[in-house]
Design a protein around this ligand. Structure first.
Ligand SMILES: C[S@@+](CC[C@H](N)C(=O)[O-])C[C@H]1O[C@@H](n2cnc3c(N)ncnc32)[C@H](O)[C@@H]1O
Length: 245
């Protein structure tokens, strides 16, 4: 990573109230791995160092706003992790938290697995699969303290995919762009349907760039009815209480 890239990482993290000094070598190594892998396989549209630092690394770290991922020994599932975001930056920052990055695309998880091994992140257990399938698997249903997701789907879809996988009292932390009132209304209704409640809607701007972001937290207040999640693809095709696509 160039000195300019390091400075952006430190500045972006500092604006989030985080000190990344001890983690800079790990982020530099992740940058190299991502750029090298992306030259062979299409993993991410972001190619430049500053874009990767700000729009992947710092953007992922914004999931730490509000302290929703604080705590010893938490199990965190990252639905639709892609090339490992937000879980790889979060795992670098929080060695005491166990992350399961999940994606349905094998080549992406192959990269996440190789990157985690190369960075010696023993708190990362990547998994290929769909959230709908994991949500019906007894080994995973109600198995997580937190679900995180970034840039994956509309809020009602995330509620249906994420809540079945949470323990009661657990939280889904969805990092999104700006969210419309309609999406939020549908998300609140969907959360109620699957055993949860929207507790936080935190609108903020991304450090350095100023892009609009929203962190939405859904707390799981009771068991999810057995009919959820519906079968693969249905939550996306027929989102609960949500018609605007
Ligand atoms: C737009 S990408 C975002 C990737 C990453 N979270 C990021 O912020 O860079 C969405 C990813 O979610 C995955 N995905 C979408 N629906 C999924 C599901 N139901 N189960 C597992 N993965 C899913 C896709 O394969 C894709 O890699």
């Amino acid at each position: 990573m160039t000195p300019e890239g390091e400075a952006l990482l430190r500045q972006g993290a500092a604006e989030l109230g985080l000190n990344v000094d001890a983690r800079v070598p790990a982020f530099a190594a992740l940058l190299d791995l991502l750029v090298e892998a992306n030259s062979r396989v299409n993993l991410t549209a972001l190619k430049t160092e500053s874009d990767i630092v700000l729009k992947h690394f710092v953007d992922s770290l914004s999931c730490l706003r509000g302290g929703h991922l604080d705590g010893e020994g938490l199990r965190v599932l990252d639905i639709g992790t892609g090339a490992g975001f937000p879980s790889l930056p979060l795992a670098i920052m929080n060695p005491q938290t166990d992350f399961t990055p999940l994606d349905s695309i094998r080549k992406k998880i192959d990269f996440v697995r190789a990157a985690a091994a190369s960075l010696n992140l023993t708190n990362v257990s990547p998994q290929v699969g769909r959230a709908e399938t994991l949500g019906r698997d007894a080994d995973h249903r109600e198995g997580y303290d937190r679900v995180v997701c970034r840039a994956v789907a509309a809020l009602p879809i995330l509620a249906e995919l994420g809540l079945p996988l949470l323990k009661t009292g657990g939280r889904l932390v969805a990092q999104k762009g700006p969210i419309s009132e309609d999406e939020l209304r549908a998300g609140r209704r969907a959360a109620g349907e699957v055993g949860g409640r929207v507790t936080v809607v935190d609108a903020f701007t991304l450090p350095v760039l100023g892009d609009a972001r929203t962190l939405v937290v859904i707390e799981k207040t009771g068991p999810t009815p057995a009919k959820y999640p519906r079968r693969e693809g249905v939550p996306n095709q027929q989102p609960l209480f949500w018609t605007a696509r």
